[in-house]
Design a protein around this ligand. Structure first.
Ligand code: NAP
Ligand code: GCO
Length: 264
């Protein structure tokens, strides 16, 4: 019997007050997990707790910046005391800055790398020792199309997400013998606050050019929704994927397989 249950597991999803992280956490709760999440602002943690409550989920929320190792270590210690040892970690927290590279400051570049790549390193490093002691665990890194492809204005993000793909493979390599599986999810273009600027209606009411571009580049001919990611996320967090390690599962409607629709 294939086991997709997360019953009795403790799952930490970073940056999960809303967006992709929230949807994954809600799916994990539905599969039986106890939900822990963090955000950098108390007001967002509070809003997140209310949003989870509205879904019937008693989530544990913590204020923590994933780039701050002291804050992360303190949060993990509190979680282990107040909720339990973390069985499943989803490194979801992330930002993007869309700036042409030749105009991007080193500070902006560094901030994206810090949150999107150093953050997953810091949080994974904090949870792995207890996973090793417990006899195993699951780490899931939220990668991106930009783990494989580049495009204008997203140099820092692509560098970070490409690095996150290789960090995923290295954690899988270094900790597989401790029954820790580390995999990635590579969402396609998903309708969340992060991509809202790419979908805004134009002044004349027409679709944003990028919106039309993505629909033409996607065999599914639509943007993804956060619900599209929940099944793959539950699979990678469950015993059903115990022999899947170092893999990035692209949930992109087929973008990476497709040259794109010929312009009419
Ligand atoms: P989002 O709506 O912008 O949410 C990002 C979350 O991360 C927010 O809750 C944000 O909190 C939190 N966060 C940012 N910096 C943080 C930090 N230093 N410490 C802790 N939390 C932090 O993004 P999303 O669309 O849900 O994306 C979630 C993940 O999926 C990101 O890693 C993104 O790169 C990735 N992704 C998104 C898409 C897409 O199309 N949407 C596709 C592929 C991959 P604040 O609100 O307080 O900043
Ligand atoms: C962009 C988008 C993408 C998506 C996602 C695609 O500006 O190109 O924000 O980067 O967020 O990462 O997988």
């Amino acid at each position: 019997m294939v086991n997709f249950s997360l019953e009795g597991k403790v799952a930490l999803i970073t940056g999960a007050s809303y967006g992709i992280g929230f949807a994954i956490a809600a799916a994990y709760a539905q599969a039986g997990a106890r939900i822990v999440f963090n955000d950098i602002k108390q007001e967002l943690v509070d809003k997140g707790i209310e949003a989870y409550k509205a879904e019937g989920i008693e989530a544990h929320g913590y204020v923590c910046d994933v780039t701050d190792e002291t804050q992360v270590n303190a949060m993990i210690a509190r979680i282990e005391q107040e909720v339990g040892v973390i069985d499943i970690l989803v490194n979801n927290a992330g930002i993007i800055k869309r700036i042409p590279m030749h105009e991007m400051s080193a500070a902006d570049f560094r901030q994206v790398i810090d949150i999107d790549l150093n953050g997953p390193f810091i949080v994974s490093k904090a949870v792995i020792p207890a996973m090793m002691k417990k006899g195993g665990g699951k780490i899931i890194n939220i990668c991106s199309m930009m783990s494989e492809l580049g495009r204008e204005t997203v140099s820092a993000y692509a560098a970070a997400k490409g690095g996150l793909k290789m960090l995923t493979r290295n954690i899988a390599s270094e900790y597989g013998e401790y029954n820790i599986q580390c995999n990635g999810i590579g969402p396609g273009y998903i309708a969340t606050p992060q991509t809202a600027p790419l979908r805004e209606r134009q002044p004349d009411g027409s679709r944003h050019p990028f919106d039309s571009f993505i629909v033409a580049k996607t065999p599914a001919a639509r943007w993804g929704t956060t619900d599209d990611l929940t099944g793959p996320a539950v699979f990678l967090a469950s015993a059903a994927s115990d022999f899947v390690n170092g893999h990035v599962l692209y949930v992109d409607g087929g973008i990476l397989a497709y040259i794109g629709k010929q312009p009419s």
